[in-house]
Design a protein around this ligand. Structure first.
Ligand code: C2E
Ligand code: CA
Ligand code: CA
Length: 489
């Protein structure tokens, strides 16, 4: 082979090797691209799966958030809106009243004797009452009204009204009426009255805070009228409140001076008209405003947190001033009024006992008067304090008897010694045959139970005569003597 052929043969071998190498490289490349494609496919699958998971999780989170929001807006026990939701709705309503010229009413509703119901039927019973209240309120309102439970036994309604001069008094009255119907609990039926107070936006105020204060004052006024009342806010309620606020500022200093006085009204034997006892009645001689009546003093004291101090001072003053008279006349007694708030003062019984021991006053010469209404509102607390004081020998009278819707059976289980028949009976009995019959029945009932019966509010000789005819033994009223200071003997 010559040189040229050798060269060609070498070139051909080289070309062959290069072609083989190229083919091998192309195979590797193809293999790698296939692998890359697979990886890509798997990645795309993973990506899709991840996206699906993210979407599912987001959906679940949104559902959870909506559920949490619903819980935050809804009262779990009653299914009504809760306080948080009410606050927002009130803010919106006030805003709409300003921007869109809408009118609405804010009603506050409060149960009259929820605590007593809870004591009688337990918390389970209390829950049933609250659920019933919710469903009755719902049934009386429209879907667009906002009905909320603010907490405990407090409820509120925001109701749109058509015109500035409209009033939701019909709704408020219907609410009071529907609760005249007892609530069934475990085959028993519970009496559960409500009080309603309301204020109007923008008529009374366009400010959420002030509107709530006004509705609250109206509710307070409804409650102080007794159970089952609806009251619309008005300026006089506001000014009475401002008056008490001004008084409150002076009450603390009155406690330090002799401005709080006790006046005494005789209680007489109707047959010979001789005094058998006397009732202590609080008076405040205000330096600028003159005499302030006891109910205003006590309401003011309650509003400024001085209730216990003021009433303890009255009790101490009365026993101290009456002590010489009681000690020298063992059959004579002193009557002292206890208010509903006194029943919850757990230290009161010991305090009273200490005073009597210090002054050598015999407990049986003191009668504590508790109104029928205060008893019904908190029969449990009344029972406690009556047992504690009763065991020490103190006596009790039911005050203002006949106007408080009390249950005779319940009252007969409490250790009363006396009933005081409300003055409305005395004053109507002369002209009204039916009232006379009722008064006579109450006097006989009291005597049949072995109780002293005192007829209150005897203003004329004719009334005294009538009450004597009806069988009354004891009486109290302007005819026999007005409340006055005890003259030092
Ligand atoms: P109450 O316990 O029913 O007292 C009788 C009220 O009737 C007294 O009014 C008395 O002045 C008045 N009154 C007496 N006789 C007659 C009468 O013939 N005709 C008329 N129209 N009224 C007569 P007062 O002193 O204004 O007391 C009002 C209420 O304030 C009392 O009613 C009692 O519930 C309460 N209260 C008075 N002092 C105290 C006190 O020291 N503590 C407490 N917790 N309450 C008191
Ligand atoms: Ca009394
Ligand atoms: Ca009375």
């Amino acid at each position: 082979m010559d040189d040229v052929e050798k060269i060609i043969a070498r070139l051909q071998r080289r070309c062959g090797r290069e072609r083989n190498a190229r083919i091998a490289a192309e195979e590797i490349l193809e293999q790698k691209s296939r692998e890359l494609f697979d990886v890509n496919q798997r990645l795309a699958g993973l990506n899709e799966q991840l996206e699906r998971q993210v979407a599912e999780r987001t959906g679940a989170l949104e559902a959870e958030r909506a559920h949490a929001l619903a819980i935050a807006e809804i009262d779990q026990l009653t299914g009504l809106k809760n306080r948080h939701s009410y606050k927002n709705a009130l803010g919106q309503a006030v805003g709409q009243a300003a921007s869109a010229g809408k009118f609405f009413a804010l009603l506050f509703i409060d149960l009259d004797n929820f605590k007593a119901l809870n004591d009688t039927y337990g918390h389970g019973g209390g829950d049933i009452v609250l659920q019933q209240v919710a469903s009755r309120l719902k049934s009386l309102t429209r879907a667009r009204d906002h009905v909320a439970r603010l907490g405990g036994d407090e409820f509120a309604i925001l109701a749109e009204i058509d015109a500035e001069t409209d009033s939701p008094i019909n709704l408020a009255d219907r609410i009071v009426d529907v609760f005249n119907e007892p609530i069934p609990i475990d085959h028993r039926s519970a009496d559960c009255g409500v009080s309603v107070g309301f204020a109007l936006c923008p008529r009374h105020s366009s400010d959420a805070g002030e509107l709530q204060r006004f509705a609250d004052l109206a509710l307070y006024s409804a409650k102080s009228k007794g159970r089952g009342n609806a009251v619309q806010f008005d300026v006089s309620i506001g000014s009475a409140h401002r008056f008490r606020l001004a008084l409150a500022a002076d009450l603390a200093s009155a406690l330090e001076t002799a401005a709080l006085e006790i006046h005494y009204q005789p209680i007489v034997n109707l047959l010979d008209e001789r005094p058998v006892g006397m009732e202590a009645l609080l008076r405040w001689r205000h330096p600028d405003r003159g005499w302030i009546d006891p109910l205003t003093v006590l309401k003011t004291a309650e509003e400024c947190g001085l209730f216990d101090q003021v009433s303890r001072k009255c009790i101490e003053l009365a026993i101290t001033q009456a002590a010489p008279l009681l000690i020298t006349n063992p059959s004579f007694w002193l009557s002292i009024n206890l208010a509903e708030q006194n029943l919850r003062d757990e230290q009161l019984a010991a305090h009273i006992n200490d005073i009597c021991e210090r002054l050598n006053v015999v407990p049986s010469q003191i009668r504590f008067e508790i109104t029928e209404q205060a008893l019904i509102r908190d029969i449990h607390a009344a029972h406690e304090i009556m047992s504690e004081l009763g065991n020490r020998g103190f006596r009790f009278a039911i005050d203002d008897f006949g106007i408080g819707y009390s249950n005779m059976l319940t009252l007969s289980r409490l250790p009363f010694h006396t009933i005081k028949i409300d003055r409305s009976f005395t004053q109507e009995a002369v002209d009204n045959h039916e009232t006379r019959t009722i008064a006579s029945a109450m006097i006989n009932l009291g005597h049949a139970l072995g109780l002293d019966v005192i007829v209150e509010g005897v203003e004329t000789a004719q009334q005294a005569h009538m009450m004597r005819e009806l069988g009354g033994h004891m009486a109290q009223g302007y005819h026999f003597g007005r409340p006055s200071k005890l003259e030092p003997s």
